[in-house]
Design a protein around this ligand. Structure first.
Ligand code: SF4
Ligand code: SF4
Length: 335
């Protein structure tokens, strides 16, 4: 027997959730699906493949005020930032919860980022398993899967009869307090097949092909629009700027891409990554070498395939992983 919600009961539960929490859920916006706060259950899209943007902005906004200092009575004083209210991020797929867990490792490692922490602590993740996969999806090769509950508080698995419920955490269970749950003898539906990509061993491969001319050749195609970083559920490079405001100073953190010109430039003007190839390589080396070296071997990619679809010049991370493996095999044969 498994905890189960019929479609009608799911809608009833969502109605109650919207009354108690800020609920952010997938909604149809023109021809795309995006995550937005919802006021009515009818706005929520319960079946979609991959949203155009990931919901990472719920926890790591594209632009946020870190602090405001104000001149008062001849002294500088920090203004308190607004409270972050408890919120439920509903309907994200397991790969996007995996993306949040990859950001958690970076932002919550000691000493921890208090701005990220307060949003993360306030956000409960209720996922929706994938009923279908796109050809660009390779979540299983990236260490997750269409029915992976491991980075969520609750997972709903759609079936023709309704939704199988997997509750993983106490704060997920609390969302159902007082709600009349059903139980059903039912098997999980088979997960959709995802594209295999040879990610295994890529960290060691990356170490051996750093100086290969491949990266400069690939960069000839890249127009450095940074779309790949902005759509990615786990890219978290940022820039920080101070803005003067009538007797105040506001410090703002905004998304940035490590592929952007000048991202690594130091005081005095020296840029350790002056070429486009070096910057493009940095993005993939952060995903496949530097991040896994720092965080237990996990690659910093969820296999969501968004960058594959977004890139205007068809730079495809699946092909890059295969190319890296081939280049390394050639290097190994030659030595
Ligand atoms: S497939 Fe692309 S967009 Fe998706 S997590 Fe990996 S690098 Fe980011
Ligand atoms: S989306 Fe494509 S063209 Fe744009 S920066 Fe990324 S790899 Fe380059």
């Amino acid at each position: 027997m498994k905890p189960f919600l019929s479609r009608d009961n799911l809608l009833l539960w969502l109605k109650r959730l919207i009354q108690e929490y800020t609920v952010i859920a997938p909604v149809q916006a023109w021809d795309t699906v995006l995550f937005q706060p919802v006021k009515r259950v009818e706005e929520i899209v319960l079946s979609y493949d991959v949203s155009t943007l990931s919901p990472k902005d719920v926890i790591f906004p594209p632009s946020e005020t870190l602090f405001i200092f104000e001149r008062k009575n001849g002294r500088w004083e920090a203004r308190p930032l607004p409270e972050v209210k408890k919120q439920v991020l509903f309907g994200l797929h397991p790969c996007d919860a995996h993306g949040i867990s990859l950001m958690d490792a970076a932002f919550l490692s000691q000493p921890g980022d208090p701005h990220y922490q307060r949003r993360r602590d306030a956000t409960i993740l209720v996922g929706l398993a994938c009923a279908r996969a796109r050809p660009e999806c390779f979540c299983e090769s990236a260490g997750s899967g269409p029915q992976d509950v491991s980075h969520l508080d609750v997972l709903l698995i759609p079936t023709p009869q309704g939704y199988i419920l997997q509750v993983r955490t106490a704060r997920g269970a609390a969302l159902f307090t007082g709600f009349n749950m059903e139980e059903l003898e039912i098997d999980n539906p088979p997960p959709p097949a995802t594209t295999p990509v040879p990610v295994a061993g890529i960290t060691d491969v990356a170490k051996r092909i750093f100086n290969d001319g491949y990266w400069e050749r690939l960069a000839d195609r890249c127009i450095h629009c940074n779309l790949c970083a902005y759509v990615c559920p786990c890219c978290y490079c940022f820039d920080i700027r101070d803005y003067p405001l009538k007797g105040m100073v506001e410090r703002v953190r905004s998304w940035e891409s490590c592929q952007a010109s000048g991202f690594a430039r130091l005081a005095g003007g020296y840029d350790p990554r002056p070429s486009t190839g070096a910057r493009l390589r940095q993005r993939f080396y952060h995903k496949f070498l530097y991040y896994p070296t720092q965080f237990k071997g996990q690659v910093k990619c969820t296999g969501c395939g968004r960058c594959v679809r977004a890139c205007p010049v068809n730079i495809d991370i699946r092909e890059i992983v295969s190319d890296m493996q081939k280049i390394e095999a050639k290097v190994a044969r030659a030595t």
